[in-house]
Structures are given as structure tokens and as C-alpha cells.
Design a protein around this ligand. Structure first.
Ligand code: ADP
Ligand code: ZN
Length: 603
């Protein structure tokens, strides 16, 4: 069989997308291979098909148990001989799998790196014909990265024991530095490197200033995604719990996921997320790596991620099916303060902290930009986008810049006169001429800057402080959170340096409502005739029932794209069924007859 035949007969797809075909050739021809491809780009097929084409067992190293179970059950439903080995199996089950491997009765074996490195396991592989090692989420080797897994550093020593096996490393995240580290640490031998575009054109990127976070989140979901599945990321467990409770009180199906929950609870919530529609998962970053749910319509960040890579990877969980999706974030001065403090007080050598601050600066630049956000993300991955994307907030409603020097001078002067001893809230009170207990205690009503800031509201002053901090014209003292001068503060104060600001000074009382996005099903099926619509509803009901019966998510029975393709093609025979997107031999065998029934009288 050729790769294309396997693609058609097993996976039910017509053609390779992107560089899949070249990547598969590279592996099958015996080269080490490095693949950088964005989430949803179709990495899995790049190693799954070679495993099916080559003699022996392909071992897939993947960091998360949930991910492997999901992939293996998908593969089994397609009729592929795939298994996983992990701690959830008992002694007999493990032995049986090992036995089958020795007899070449398994094509793909998924494992976590810990299991692979366990003493003794290596011995049991001696009699197995290992065709290839696929290292998924290979950026986990990077000590600078956010997903570092020490076990990944030891994989090379194991792989080297199997000189006949090829190695393919894959990731959705990689700046240049990580790229080099992956080749080095996994000891890839003169690898063929495939870098796909990291653009995710169906994701709309938006960043808003943080005001009343919960209300902003509520408006966003209600106006644009009220019946969609989404993920809301928060920094702390406590905030996850609070946000879940808030969303529930507003009638949404919200669940929590964070490291403080019991193992069972986490699994249960993840299972609900994977298998049901219209679920909102509120989570810390503990949730998500490898979550392969194609129809996540939005990812919302209530707190600033640590870097652009983290942001890109977290938002990348939206829209894997290629349909339009939103990455929405709110952020404010407090995020900057908190992130800086986390880095400074965290563990790690000074080099590490320096890199972390640089990464933070990069994502802050992204937040404050007045140019196309997609350009900035892609540039981070060394890609140039020549035209504006027209699918991010700065493209869709361009942000004005204005000369903010006078405002900055008022503010800096007030900070100077209060001896750089106070935080943002008090400085703004003084600018507004408020008579608070603190103002009285320190006699700040006698300062010349008392009450000179009435031309802007709280929100606007906070935005200016935030922009000054982000651009390095103010610093926040770590322990007492007071605002203090940097080298450039006096340059602004003396008029030697101009300060341009984003004009997001008016708090939007009513958040700007874009036209509500249609739910994906409507998106795909907008031109259905009455008859088609009826078939569509019938098949959808059948899909729900079947999924329930089999205990799998609905999209595993038929994806939305398959549904759409079915309605388009109205197949009358099994042969015609093969033409449908996502339908291959196993689906024809399992569901073919039932599906054809729906179309019997439709022509
Ligand atoms: P990644 O691991 O890169 O995030 P996946 O391998 O999970 O992406 O693939 C994303 C989606 O694209 C899956 O639903 C997959 O079935 C689909 N897909 C992959 N390759 C093709 C192809 N050649 N034709 C159609 N769909 C594909
Ligand atoms: Zn843009």
C-alpha cells in the first residue's frame, strides 16, 4: 500500500494537507525527522501512517495519559492495531500487550516517557522489532520552556539502543532556541526539518483592558459564544473555582480543572468536556496539553500567560476543525506586577530569570501593540506576514495612538512628589483630588499635583500607568508594589522623550458587541434546503444517540465536517460513502448502512 492509499482507506481522507506527504516520505525513507506544525495541522497522521507502512511496532512517546487513551480509542475505531501502555493497566494486560508486540501484532504503541525509561522495560523490548520512535510534544525537552519534562532528556539514550529505528520529533511550539535544543537533546541525526506556517487563520485574536473581569467574560460569552464549547484560563485555583461558580450562576455549563482537585474529579470533568457539547472548562494551565477536541470555539484568558509561546499554545486549542473561533484575553497592570513578581521570587538561576523577563516583555509587547496581532505572533516564530490579517482586533477596529506625554508628566510628577512610595490606587486618588484617609495621613492634599488629573477617569489612568510600566518608563517595586522611576522617567518628565499611548482611555461601559458569531453548525450548513435540513437534524440525532451508546464523543462518530460533506454528497452506495470527508473502511463497516438509510429517498 502507498501512504495515500492508507490515508483513504483507513482514515477516509482524500488528500494530504500541508507537508504531510513529504514528512511521511522522509520517515519511510529512513531519515530522522523534525516536524514543527501548529496545533490542528495534522501531526498525528505524520507518524501514524509510517507506523502502518513499516514492518514492526512504532512507539509513540506522549506526555499525557489522557491524550494517549483518546488517540488509541480513535485509532481502534478506525480498525488500527493500536494500544497504550501505562500505569492504568494491570500486570496481565501489560504482558499481553508485550506478547503481541513480540509477535508483530501491534502497529502503534503509545507510552509515557516514564514508562519507557523504567528499568526492565527496555529488556522486554529486546525481542520487539521497533520500526520508529515518534516523540510527540518534543518541546518538553526544553529546560527554558513551559512544559519541561526531565524524562524527555533521557529518551535519546534509549532510542540509541535501536539503531534500525527512525526517530521523528513533533511539536506545535518552537522558537529557534527550542528547535536547536530538540535536535541536540534527542540526538536527531542530520534530520530533515519541516516547518509549517504557524498561522491559524480561523482564530480571531483579541485583547482588552481588564476592568470588571467577570462581567467582561460574561458579555463576551453571552454575545458571541452562548452555545459553544470553550476554555477559560485563570492563573490560580481559587480564581478557577470562583469563575466556575460565577458562570454557573449565569446558567452556563461550567466545570473546573486544576491541580488541587482529586484525580477522579479532574478525570470526570475532562471526560465531560471531551464528550459533551456546550461545555465551558475553567482551568489553570494544568488543563489542555494534547486535548484533541476539534470544536472548541473560544479560549478566554482572564490572566496574562507567561509568554507568547504559552499563549499561542493555549489559544491553539480553539478551532482545530478549521472553523472560525475566538482567542480573547483581558489584561491589566496587576498582571504585569504579578508576573514580574512570580519570576523574581521563583526558583531558578539568574539566566533563567532573565529569559523569563524577556519572554514576558514579548507578550506584553503583543498586548500593547497597535499593529496586527497575528503579525506579532508569527514574527515570534520567525515568520513574516506581509499583509494585515483582518482577523484580529487591531485590524478590525484600528487603535488610535496619541501623544500621551502630558498625561505621563502629570502622573510621574505626582509619583515623584509622593516620594515613589505608593502604588497605583493611591496615586490616582491624589490625581483625582480625593480625600481619603491615606491622603490626609500623608498631607497629600497639599501637593501641587493634588487634583490635577480630573481630565481622565480611573480606568484611563490605570491604562497609562500600565503602558508606562510595560515600556519601561516606570517600575513596580516588588515588595510594596509602589511605583518607582526608571532611567527614562525623568526624560519624559523633562520633555526630552515623547510618550505615545494606545488610546484605550475610555472604559467601554457597554463592551463593543460584534455581530454574534454563528454557531459552527449554522456556519457550515447555511444554505440547506428544507429537505436537507431535515436529514441533517435526523443524522445529528442519530449521531448523538450512537455516541452515547458507544460511550464516545459525538465527533468521533462523525465530525461536523463529515456531516457537512454527507449533506453535500448525499451518498447512495458504500463506494460513494468513501468519498465523504472523514469516512474510511471502519466507518463504512460500522455505520455505513445506517447512514445510507438517511439518504434512501432523498434524490
Ligand atoms: P495536531 O496533532 O497537529 O494538533 P491532529 O493530528 O490532531 O493535529 O489533526 C487535526 C485534525 O485534522 C484532526 O481532526 C485530523 O483528523 C484532521 N486531519 C489531519 N490530516 C488530515 C487530512 N490529510 N485531511 C483531512 N483531515 C485531516
Ligand atoms: Zn491582524
Amino acid at each position: 500500500m502507498t501512504a495515500l492509499q492508507v490515508l483513504k482507506s483507513t482514515f477516509g481522507y482524500d488528500s494530504f494537507q500541508g507537508r504531510q506527504s513529504e514528512i511521511i516520505d522522509s520517515i519511510v525513507n529512513g531519515s530522522d525527522t523534525l516536524v514543527l506544525m501548529p496545533t490542528g495541522g495534522g501531526k498525528s497522521l505524520c507518524y501514524q501512517i509510517p507506523c502502518l507502512l513499516l514492518d514492526g511496532v512504532g512507539i509513540v512517546v506522549s506526555p499525557l495519559i489522557a491524550l494517549m487513551q483518546d488517540q488509541v480509542s480513535t485509532l481502534k475505531s478506525l480498525g488500527v492495531k493500536a494500544e497504550y501502555l501505562n500505569s492504568s493497566l494491570d500486570f496481565d494486560e501489560r504482558n499481553q500487550i508485550l506478547h503481541r508486540m513480540q509477535n508483530d501484532d501491534i502497529d502503534l504503541l503509545y507510552m509515557a516517557p516514564e514508562g519507557l525509561l523504567r528499568p526492565g522495560f527496555f529488556q522486554s523490548l529486546q525481542d520487539v522489532n521497533v520500526s520508529l520512535f515518534a516523540i510527540d510534544e518534543a518541546h518538553c525537552v526544553s529546560q527554558w520552556g513551559h512544559d519541561f519534562r526531565p524524562e524527555y532528556l533521557r529518551l535519546a539514550e534509549l532510542i540509541n539502543q535501536f539503531p534500525q529505528a527512525k526517530t521523528i520529533a513533533l511539536t506545535a511550539t518552537a522558537d529557534k532556541k527550542t528547535r536547536i535544543e530538540m535536535i541536540d537533546k534527542l540526538q536527531l541525526n542530520d534530520p530533515n526539518i519541516f516547518i509549517s506556517s504557524f498561522d491559524r487563520p480561523n482564530i480571531e485574536y483579541r485583547v482588552e483592558s481588564k476592568g470588571k473581569g467577570n462581567q467582561q467574560l460574561y458579555s463576551f460569552i453571552k454575545n458571541e459564544h452562548s452555545e459553544d464549547t470553550g476554555i477559560v484560563y485563570c492563573l490560580s485555583r481559587k480564581k478557577v473555582e470562583k469563575t466556575t461558580a460565577f458562570l454557573k450562576s449565569k446558567g452556563f455549563n461550567a466545570y473546573s480543572y486544576h491541580a488541587g482537585l482529586s484525580h477522579e474529579e479532574r478525570n470526570e470533568n475532562q471526560e465531560i468536556f471531551l464528550s459533551q457539547d456546550n461545555i465551558i472548562m475553567v482551568a489553570t494551565i494544568a488543563f489542555g496539553m494534547g486535548i484533541d477536541k476539534p470544536d472548541v470555539r473560544f479560549v478566554a484568558h482572564l490572566d496574562l500567560p507567561s509568554s507568547l509561546e504559552a499563549y499561542y499554545q493555549e489559544t491553539g486549542r480553539a478551532g482545530r476543525d478549521g472553523l472560525s473561533s475566538t482567542a480573547w484575553m483581558i489584561y491589566g497592570l496587576q498582571d504585569v506586577v504579578l508576573r514580574r513578581r512570580m519570576i523574581d521570587s521563583g526558583e531558578g538561576a539568574s539566566d533563567y530569570k532573565k529569559v523569563s523577563h524577556q519572554k514576558l516583555n514579548d507578550i506584553l509587547g503583543f498586548c500593547e501593540t497597535t499593529t496586527c496581532r497575528r503579525k506579532i505572533i508569527l514574527k515570534y516564530f520567525d515568520e513574516e506576514l506581509s499583509i494585515n490579517c483582518n482577523n484580529c482586533d487591531t485590524c478590525l477596529s484600528p487603535v488610535e495612538q496619541m501623544d500621551g506625554t502630558t498625561f505621563a508628566q502629570k502622573l510621574l510628577s505626582c509619583i515623584y512628589r509622593t516620594e515613589q512610595n505608593f502604588g497605583a490606587a493611591h496615586i490616582i486618588d491624589v490625581l483625582h483630588g480625593k480625600m481619603t484617609e491615606k491622603v490626609m495621613r500623608f498631607n497629600h492634599d497639599r501637593l501641587s499635583t493634588y487634583g490635577i488629573g480630573d481630565d481622565l477617569d480611573d480606568y484611563a489612568w490605570k491604562s497609562i500607568i500600565r503602558q508606562l510600566v510595560v515600556h519601561g518608563h516606570l517600575r513596580i517595586h516588588n515588595e510594596i508594589s509602589s511605583l518607582v522611576f526608571t532611567d527614562s522617567s525623568k526624560l519624559i518628565l523633562s520633555g526630552k522623550l515623547q510618550f505615545k499611548i494606545r488610546k484605550d482611555l475610555q472604559e467601554q461601559k457597554k463592551p463593543k458587541v460584534k455581530k454574534a458569531k454563528k454557531a459552527p453548525s449554522v456556519d457550515v450548513f447555511k444554505n440547506l434546503s428544507v429537505g436537507e435540513n431535515q436529514i441533517f437534524e435526523e443524522i445529528k440525532n442519530w449521531r448523538t444517540k450512537t455516541a452515547k451508546k458507544l460511550g464516545v464523543p459525538a465527533y468521533r462518530v462523525l465530525s461536523n465536517k463529515s456531516l457537512s460533506s454527507l449533506i453535500d454528497l448525499k451518498p447512495q452506495t458504500s463506494e460513494e460513502l468513501y468519498e465523504v470527508h472523514g469516512i474510511g473502511a471502519a466507518k463504512v463497516k460500522d455505520f455505513g448502512e445506517e447512514i445510507l438509510n438517511f439518504f434512501e429517498s432523498s434524490n
